[in-house]
Design a protein around this ligand. Structure first.
Ligand code: FAD
Length: 391
């Protein structure tokens, strides 16, 4: 029997010892590698796939800064600076376009007003019905369902399909930096990362493998309650008049992010959504969308949690999300060009896993849907020794 396969380009392991070995070329690993280079360290990134294909390329490309609370807000604000710096170095598309939260009821607007009262008018800029309608590209006589909204100008946008691959390509060009694709890591110990191609050596090792930490260090992953969160996503052709680069958030987003859920009107908003759209809560929807530089729009999402994700996508969930996005855009239907399933690490115990799994080996996984937002802030905090490590 002979089975034809395409030849893989060979991968030469570096002979020496890097200051840092990063396992995983998603945004968390790459942000740490970029930060290492910025601080003059040598770094080797080891990635099992031939290009980034994980959560970091399947998301909205929304650095959701203002909607974070507490320690995460501090990390997110730091991350914003890191993203802009990395974007300038690597030539990434990263418009400071903010996020526009659309309010379609008085309660939704009340949540935004309360957040404005807490954060101030620079951070949360209330918008009128017509300003929101203009941003969505809706005709002036088709805005009756809109009440108003808020622009969160600190939020950033990136193209998730471009950011990680381009950062990796930029890294590979830097002196002292190496990216090893197609190199599966099978185990890690102090100073050595064992791969299917042989050992890679480093003074320090960071495991940035997201939910797949349960494959390398199951006990550590289980101690943090890591599971896989599965999200239904689609790409649509944009209605011609929809041109904003701001991320668009809606009522279900306000039920999800901590800055909104901490407002006094959040509980009333949940009851309201239970009343008019229980089906959105059944799929744990966060109806939001972002426009890519080519004009197409990423639409999502739903959330389903399990240790191992179900591979099958429910068409009813996808239809529900697309219908809701069409309503916000003010169009009767949208044309889908792609669908996919996103998977990210999640945990009921908190949004970050930071654990030392061996001497000189630290695992860092974002266990909530905010890894794009936090990545560069986490990286800076790691090198400053400012990350809280779970014992
Ligand atoms: C649909 C969707 C929408 C989202 N929207 C947003 C958003 O708008 N804003 C936001 O902030 N966040 C968002 N997120 C969350 C965000 O995408 C993730 O938190 C983030 O990408 C996690 O980055 P990561 O590097 O840890 O994971 P990944 O991108 O999954 O990277 C992990 C890498 O590790 C590699 N790896 C695993 N095991 C091994 C091994 N043994 N050897 C070598 N390599 C290995 C994998 O191949 C992978 O490339 C979203 C996620 C999804 C799925």
């Amino acid at each position: 029997m002979s089975i034809a396969t395409a030849p893989s380009p060979s991968v030469a392991l570096p002979g020496g010892r890097s200051d840092l070995v990063v396992v995983g070329a998603g945004i968390v690993g790459l942000a740490h590698a970029v930060e290492a280079v910025r601080r003059g360290l040598s770094v080797t990134v080891v990635e099992r796939d031939r290009r980034p294909v994980g959560a970091s390329v399947r998301n909205f490309g929304h650095c959701c800064i203002t909607a974070q609370q507490g320690d995460l807000l501090t990390l997110a604000e730091r991350s914003r600076t890191g993203w802009l710096d990395a974007a300038a170095r690597a030539g990434l598309w990263a418009p400071e376009a903010g996020a526009l939260v659309v309010a379609r009821s008085a309660t939704e607007l009340a949540v935004l007003e309360e957040l404005r009262d807490e954060r101030g008018t620079d951070a949360v800029r209330l918008r009128t019905r017509d300003e929101v309608g203009d941003a969505l590209g809706r005709p002036a006589d088709e805005r009756d369902d809109l009440v108003g909204g808020a622009l969160l100008p600190a939020d950033l946008r990136v193209d998730p399909r471009e950011a990680a691959p381009r950062l990796a390509a930029w890294l590979a060009e830097q002196p002292g930096a190496t990216v090893l694709w197609g190199t599966n890591v099978t185990g890690v110990e102090e100073g050595t990362v064992h791969t299917a191609r042989g050992p890679v050596h480093g003074e320090q090792v960071l495991l940035c493998v997201g939910h797949d930490l349960d494959r390398l260090h199951p006990a550590e992953a289980e101690a943090h309650g890591i599971e896989r969160c599965r999200l239904s996503m689609a790409r649509i052709e944009a209605p011609a008049a929809f041109r904003t680069d701001a991320a668009i958030l809606t009522a279900t987003s306000m039920l999800r992010y901590d800055a909104f859920t901490a407002t006094p009107s959040a509980a009333r908003l949940r009851s309201e959504v239970v009343g008019h759209s229980p089906e959105l809560l059944d799929v744990v929807a966060n109806v939001m969308f972002t426009r890519l530089p080519d004009g197409t729009v990423l639409v999502g999402d739903s959330h389903a949690y399990d240790a191992t994700e179900i591979p099958f996508q429910d068409e009813a969930t996808s239809t529900l999300l697309l219908r809701e996005a069409a309503r916000v855009l003010g169009v009767s239907e949208v044309r889908v060009t792609e669908r996919w399933q996103g998977v990210y690490a999640s945990s009921p115990r908190g949004p970050l896993l930071v654990r030392d799994v061996a001497a000189g080996v630290r695992a860092i996984s974002v266990t909530s849907g905010v890894g794009m937002t936090l990545s560069f802030g986490l990286a800076a905090a790691t090198f400053d020794g400012a990350l809280k490590v779970t014992a």
